[in-house]
Design a protein around this ligand. Structure first.
Ligand code: PMP
Length: 442
C-alpha cells in the first residue's frame, strides 16, 4: 500500500492513471508542466513552451489571467459550495445569463455541467425529454456522424463516430445511426476555410428517415469536428442538415465544446456558419478551463415544453452535484467579461488571415498532404508512415515540444489552436517549428 505523502513526489509517476495516454511510454519519458502564463507553459525544469493548442483547445484567453484567478479566489473565500438542487446562489444565475447573451437569439436557457462529455449526454437527454413532452415519445433514435467526438460518456461515445473509443466497452446505446463524415482529401485538400465539396453528404439523413420514419429525436454534430483532425464543414452542409431536421421534426444539436467562445472568430460556430441549431453544448473556453465547467443552451421552446409539459414537481430528472458550482460560475463570469472587454472572437477573426497564410505555408512541404483551417484552428495532415499510422505525427509532436512549441496530434493530423490572444510572432514560431520538425522526421 502506498504511504500517504502530503508533498508532491515528482519521481513517482505510478499512481496517476493518465487519460488517453500511452502510460508506459509517458512514464518513462515524462514531460511535466509546472507553470503557465500568457501564451506559454513552463516545464518543471524551466523550459518555456509556446502553447500552440490553448491547453486542450480551452484556454482561449491565454494562461494565468488575473481577472479569472482572482474571481475564483474571492468566491472560494466567500462560499465554497452551494447546492443548485432546489436551492441556488446568485452566481449560477448570473453565469447562465451571460452565456445566454452570447448564444443565438431565442436560445436563452442554460443547463450547467462540468465537462464536454457531460454536456453531450445532457443534450441528448434533453432532446429525448423534449420529444416525449411534445407527444412524440416514439422519437427515441439518435443520429451522430462518423469521426464525431462528443466525449466519453455512454451517450457521447455512442453518438460519436470513433470506433477506437468504443472498442473496449461492449454494448453502446441502442437506436443510434451515423451520417458519413465530410473528410475528402481527393476533392478538398488544401482548402482555405470551408471546403466546396460535400454538402450533399447531409442527405444521408433523408435515407435514415426513410428507414426509421418518425422515430428520430435528434442529430448531433460538431459544426467543425476538432478532435478527429479539424474537419471544416463543406459550404452548405450545415444548412442542409438544418433543413432536413426542420422538415422531419428532428432536433439539431451542435457540439460547440471546441468551436464555442471565439475559436472560429464568433461567439459560437452557429454564428460563423450561419446556421442556428436547437441545442448547443459547450465547455472548455466557458471558464478558460481554470475550473471545470460545461453547459447546454437550448431554444426557449425546448425549455418551455419540458417544463410546462410536466406535472408539478421536478421537470427534468437530471443534474450534477456541481451544476453551476460557485467557483466555476465565478470563473465563467470573469471569463465572459474578458471575452467582451478584449473582444476575443474579434481578435481571432482579425488574425485569421495571417494564421491561414502561415498554416498554408506548409503546403509543398514533403509529407504534408493537407492543410485546413477556420478561425484560429488548423489541421495539418501528414502521409502516414507505412504500417504505423500516427507514428510520424507523434514524432513531430515530440520534436516540436523539445523545440519549445506545444502541438496536438490526432492520428496523422497535427492540430493547432492557440489562445486567441496570439500575436503574429507566436503564429510564425508555431508553424515555423512544425515545418522544421516535419522535415526532420523520417
Ligand atoms: N465534445 C467535443 C466537440 C470535444 O472536443 C470534447 C473534448 N475535446 C468533448 C466533447 C469532451 O469534453 P470533455 O473532455 O470536457 O469531457
Amino acid at each position: 500500500m502506498n504511504q500517504f505523502s502530503p508533498v508532491s513526489r515528482p519521481n513517482n509517476l505510478d499512481a496517476f492513471w493518465m487519460p488517453f495516454t500511452d502510460n508506459r511510454y509517458y512514464k518513462s519519458h515524462p514531460r511535466l508542466l509546472a507553470r503557465a502564463e500568457g501564451m506559454n507553459y513552463y516545464t518543471a525544469d524551466g523550459m518555456e513552451v509556446l502553447d500552440g493548442t490553448a491547453g486542450l483547445w480551452c484556454c482561449n484567453a491565454g494562461h494565468g489571467r488575473r481577472e479569472i484567478t482572482e474571481a475564483i479566489q474571492k468566491q472560494a473565500a466567500v462560499m465554497d459550495f452551494a447546492p443548485t438542487f432546489q436551492l441556488g446562489h446568485p452566481l449560477a444565475f448570473e453565469a447562465a445569463a451571460r452565456v445566454a447573451d452570447m448564444t443565438p437569439d431565442g436560445m436563452d436557457r442554460v443547463f450547467f455541467t462540468n465537462s464536454g462529455s457531460e454536456s453531450a449526454d445532457t443534450a441528448l437527454k434533453i432532446a429525448l425529454a423534449y420529444q416525449k413532452a411534445r407527444g412524440q415519445a416514439q422519437r427515441v433514435r439518435l443520429v451522430g456522424r462518423e469521426r464525431g467526438y462528443h466525449g466519453v460518456g455512454f451517450g457521447g461515445m455512442s453518438v460519436g463516430g470513433i470506433g477506437g473509443n468504443r472498442k473496449q466497452f461492449g454494448a453502446m446505446l441502442p437506436y443510434v445511426d451515423h451520417l458519413p463524415h465530410t473528410h475528402n482529401l481527393a476533392k478538398n485538400a488544401f482548402t482555405r476555410g470551408l471546403p466546396q465539396h460535400g454538402a450533399e453528404l447531409a442527405d444521408a439523413l433523408e435515407g435514415l428517415v426513410t428507414l426509421h420514419g418518425d422515430t428520430i429525436a435528434a442529430v448531433m454534430v460538431e459544426p467543425m469536428a476538432g478532435s478527429t483532425g479539424v474537419l471544416v464543414p463543406p459550404v452548405g452542409y450545415l444548412q442542409r442538415l438544418r433543413d432536413l431536421c426542420d422538415k422531419h421534426g428532428i432536433l439539431l444539436i451542435f457540439d460547440e465544446v471546441i468551436t464555442g467562445f471565439g475559436r472560429v472568430g464568433t461567439n459560437f460556430g452557429a454564428e460563423r456558419f450561419g446556421v442556428t441549431p436547437d441545442i448547443i453544448t459547450m465547455a472548455k473556453g466557458l471558464t478558460n478551463a481554470a475550473v471545470p465547467m460545461g453547459g447546454v443552451a437550448v431554444k426557449n421552446d425546448i425549455y418551455e415544453t419540458v417544463v410546462h409539459g410536466s406535472p408539478d414537481g421536478i421537470e427534468l430528472f437530471h443534474g450534477y452535484t456541481y451544476s453551476g458550482h460557485p467557483l466555476a460560475s465565478a470563473a465563467a463570469i470573469a471569463t465572459l467579461d474578458l471575452h467582451r472587454s478584449e473582444d476575443l472572437p474579434g481578435r481571432a477573426k482579425a488574425m485569421e488571415g495571417y494564421f491561414e497564410d502561415a498554416a498554408h505555408s506548409l503546403k509543398g512541404t514533403d509529407k504534408v498532404i493537407d492543410v485546413r483551417n477556420i478561425g484560429l484552428v488548423a489541421g495539418i495532415e501528414l502521409t502516414p508512415r507505412a504500417g504505423k499510422p500516427g507514428a510520424r505525427a507523434m514524432e513531430v509532436f515530440r520534436t516540436c515540444f523539445d523545440n519549445g512549441v506545444l502541438t496536438r496530434v490526432t492520428g496523422d493530423i497535427i492540430a493547432i489552436s492557440p489562445p486567441l490572444i496570439a500575436e503574429k510572432q507566436h503564429i510564425d514560431r508555431i508553424f515555423g517549428t512544425i515545418a522544421e520538425a516535419v522535415k526532420a522526421v523520417d
